[in-house]
Design a protein around this ligand. Structure first.
Ligand code: NAD
Ligand code: UFG
Length: 343
């Protein structure tokens, strides 16, 4: 007797993390439907996913806030689970345009769970963020650390976590996984998919790699007077492939029964900005010009995960170190200096 392949809806599947997720899902013989409005991505990533895996997925260009479209998707397909990556993620933009962020990130999730509920599909993995911890009092950060986001983006993540928790309390037949990502970096080993920011990158690794490839002149190091070994900010960088493998483990965990679970996805190691620059220089054979600039408003000095709960409950542990993350970023960036081909 053969069992039917699991069908997974991936919202935001054309984006940076979602595209890596689709590769792992297809390679684990699941059927994949991607719903993405391409507001921060390119359909070229969908072609690349199919090239890497030599498998087909079903791509629907549309908005996750479109209830009619969602209802049609659920009517036409037997969807077993949803991985919900679709959302806006730029902290600075969220401060300037909070309503855009609340509309996309909250209404996107609300419409999705309404339609899921009506379709009796109640397995959901949500992309949350370490940003929900705000500026932590101590590290490592475990899941019991008090939350308190400090910008509209972070608050939108926290609000979604809260609304999903309320949903589970009202209907405990749901299976919900809230995954709090630390700092996803890296790219698929093929070099075919990777991070492709629309504008000047906000995040460290994409900025460094664009300096390395000559698109940007120099890196600004935001502060070297923090209480850290070399004075620069410390973060828990996690390889995007490790991160998406954590989602497969979360799906397996949810398959065991209804629950609402919260897990940090991080390596448990912290690296400073200077260590990241050095690692990138070594892996790419380039020199990264940099300048010390003032601290960036809202930045924590140190943030890294205690990933014990994900290690023990999900049976998941990150495998790749910082060198490997930098090697993979460089393979992607050096072969795609301007990102995906523009339509
Ligand atoms: P991304 O911007 O590359 O991917 C998000 C995708 O969602 C994009 O393809 C975008 O076009 C799509 N999208 C956005 N709004 C949509 C909508 N209303 N309808 C349909 N599609 C929509 O970002 P990413 O880095 O891949 O992040 C994925 C998720 O993980 C996001 O929810 C983000 O907040 C979360 N997250 C990211 C990080 C990070 O550092 N990259 C850290 C923590 C959490
Ligand atoms: N940094 C620089 N120069 C830059 C960019 C960053 O020195 O040009 C420094 C920052 O000050 C920080 C470190 O590099 O010390 C990492 O900064 P990122 O912007 O890459 O990452 P953050 O930890 O600040 O934030 C990211 C996402 C958030 C998310 C958080 C946790 O931007 O949305 O990771 O997942 F919430």
């Amino acid at each position: 007797m053969t069992t039917k392949a699991e069908t997974v809806l991936v919202t935001g599947g054309a984006g940076y993390i979602g595209s890596h997720m689709c590769v792992e899902l297809l390679q684990s013989d699941r059927q994949v439907i991607v719903l993405d409005n391409l507001c921060n991505s390119s359909a070229a990533s969908i072609d690349a996913i199919q090239r890497i895996t030599q498998k087909q997925l079903s791509f629907v260009e549309g908005d996750v806030r479109d209830s009619d479209l969602l209802a049609r998707l659920f009517a036409q397909n037997e969807i077993d689970a949803v991985l919900h990556f679709a959302g806006l993620k730029a902290v600075g933009e969220s401060v300037a345009q909070p309503i855009k962020y609340y509309d996309n990130n909250l209404n996107g999730t609300l419409r999705l769970v309404e339609v899921m509920s009506a379709a009796q599909c109640k397995t959901l993995v949500f992309s949350s963020s370490a940003t929900v911890y705000g500026i932590p009092d101590s590290v490592p950060i475990d899941e019991s650390t008090v939350t308190g986001a400090i910008n509209p983006y972070g608050r939108s993540k926290l609000m979604v976590e809260e609304l999903l928790t309320d949903l589970y309390e009202a209907d405990p037949s749901w299976r919900i996984s809230l995954l709090r990502y630390f700092n996803p970096v890296g790219a698929h080993a093929s070099g075919e998919i990777g991070e492709d920011p629309n504008d000047i990158p906000n995040n460290l690794l994409p900025y460094i790699s664009q300096v390395a490839v000559g698109r940007l002149e120099k890196l600004n190091v935001f502060g070297n007077d923090y209480d850290t070994p070399d004075g620069t900010g410390v973060r828990d960088y996690i390889h995007v492939v490790d991160l998406v493998k954590g989602h497969l483990k979360a799906l397996e965990y949810l398959a065991k029964g209804p629950k609402l679970a919260i897990h940090n996805l991080g390596t448990g190691n912290g690296y400073s900005v200077m260590e990241a620059i050095k690692a990138f220089e070594k892996c790419s054979g380039t020199t990264i010009p940099y300048e010390i600039a003032s601290r960036r408003l809202g930045d924590a000095a140190v943030s890294f995960a205690d990933p014990t709960k994900a290690n023990t409950e999900l049976g998941w542990q990150a495998q790749f170190d910082l060198d490997r993350m930098c090697e993979d970023v460089w393979r992607w960036q050096s072969t795609h200096p301007t990102g995906y081909p523009k339509a």
